[in-house]
Design a binder for this molecule. Structure first.
Ligand SMILES: Cc1cc2nc3c(=O)[nH]c(=O)nc-3n(C[C@H](O)[C@H](O)[C@H](O)COP(=O)(O)OP(=O)(O)OC[C@H]3O[C@@H](n4cnc5c(N)ncnc54)[C@H](O)[C@@H]3O)c2cc1C
Length: 389
């Protein structure tokens, strides 16, 4: 947020970042590594305090923004204080969903979103509490892996018939399940949570098919909801997210939104890469340079529960594409490429993801691949060598 010089009584001659978390901005993606004991919590800070200060950025942390006065260009924060702005960027992220089942509000039921959650999960693991993680997407797997690695007995339950169904096809998901189970995590698929058991504190989960799992704690990792209340209450148009155009502008003048809280061309992204792309476009726009955000080709390229996983584009071949598959389940490797109209349109990799960025580039550039088609499943080096031969 930058201040408006026309408001002398509370002129902020600097840009200002407001956030309700109690610490310097950090890389949320790395919370999984902190939970898994692979990174120290203080190492995930984006920049030290001096970096912000030297660039004239005022940081206001532990500070909740409560209301936007669009007409007066003021943002209300805690204690009735207001901040005048000339431009306002909403990057309020998302809130983890709690399933609306009986018992969801019992003590011992948590989510996994910020560094306070990580501290709590690490305490559970140190006490060897039996934990059930609800949700077999990226976040649930990361929570399960970190907890198991820190010493907690973990059961991961997932509603669907395969893990990470939005990123993986069936064989890739099955391989991931095997690799995750080897880490000591119990995985239950087709597991529909009916209710959480316990009087005041959670004692277990009952599934719709009657199965019961004992638990000292339950972690919901079953989706997120964009934080749109600030914008909605100010009369700024929202659907699922805050509606933005191709320069990230909301329906209100000089108010922008990006990241998980924003909805661009009907899509709310739940990954960090689109947020970076949106931030780049918005920064260009605010600096007076031409830039347009046309949407992101969503790619997942990460270590899930210690297993390297990549998925991008039309990985299921929904648009009638042909597929090339290389599968070595015993050695923990699966590769699938989807080709449509002579171009690579989607890919899934588990285990060996060394060529992930090359495949992603081919998908994004829509480059014809006829000359490398027969070798490309074996990776960039062989494909290029075959092209040269
Ligand atoms: C554990 C974990 C692992 C992840 N791993 C990956 C990964 O491997 N790859 C990937 O692509 N994505 C991953 N993600 C998702 C990724 O972190 C998010 O997509 C990204 O952080 C979104 O950035 P954002 O700025 O939109 O929102 P956030 O990072 O959520 O930032 C929003 C901030 O605004 C604050 N806020 C909200 N409302 C207010 C208010 N009214 N006043 C003041 N402050 C407010 C919030 O507290 C929060 O600090 C992961 C997420 C988690 C939780």
């Amino acid at each position: 947020m930058s201040s408006a010089t026309e408001w002398p009584p509370r002129v902020w001659s600097t840009n200002c970042v407001i956030g309700d978390e109690p610490r310097l901005a950090y890389n949320r993606v790395l919370l999984s590594s902190v939970l898994a004991g692979e990174t120290a919590s203080h190492d995930i800070e984006l920049k030290p305090a001096a970096w912000w200060r030297d660039r004239g950025v005022t940081l206001k942390y532990r500070c909740v923004a409560t209301e936007i006065d669009v007409g007066r260009r003021e943002l209300k924060i805690a204690n009735e204080e207001s901040i005048a702005f000339s431009k306002l960027v909403l990057a309020t992220g998302s809130t983890p969903l709690r399933l609306s089942v009986p018992g969801a509000d019992l003590a011992g039921v948590h989510t996994f979103r910020d560094s306070r959650d990580v501290d709590l999960l690490l305490t559970l693991a140190a006490q060897k509490k039996r934990v059930v993680v609800v949700g077999g997407g990226l976040l649930g797997l990361e929570a399960a892996y970190g907890l198991a690695k820190a010493g907690a007995p973990v059961t991961l339950i997932h509603l669907m018939d395969r893990l990470m169904e939005r990123q993986l096809d069936a064989p890739a998901a099955e391989l991931l399940k095997c690799l995750v189970e080897r880490k000591g995590i119990k995985v239950l698929l087709n597991a529909n949570t009916a209710r959480l058991l316990g009087e005041t504190r959670v004692e277990g989960i009952e599934l719709a098919d009657g199965r019961r799992i004992d638990a000292d704690a339950v972690i919901f990792a079953a989706g997120i909801r964009p934080n749109v209340a600030l914008a909605k209450n100010a009369g700024i148009p929202v659907n699922r997210g805050i509606v933005v155009d191709d320069v990230m502008q909301t329906g209100a003048p000089d108010i922008f939104a990006l990241g998980e809280c924003a909805e661009h061309r009907g899509i709310c992204y739940g990954l960090v890469e689109p947020a970076y792309e949106q931030a780049h476009v918005l920064a260009q726009h605010l600096a007076g340079r031409a830039a347009v955000y046309g949407g992101s080709v969503v790619a997942t390229n990460l270590k899930v529960s210690g297993v390297s996983v990549f998925s991008a584009g039309d990985f299921m071949g929904m648009d009638g594409g042909e597929t090339i598959v290389l599968s070595d389940i015993r050695h923990g490797t699966y590769k699938k490429l989807v080709i449509s109209d002579g171009r690579l349109t989607g890919a899934v990799l588990v285990g060996d993801v060394g060529d992930a960025l090359w495949y992603l580039e081919l998908i994004r550039s829509r480059e014809p691949i006829a000359r490398i088609r027969s070798h490309m499943i074996f990776g960039r080096q062989l494909a290029i060598r075959s092209e040269a031969a």
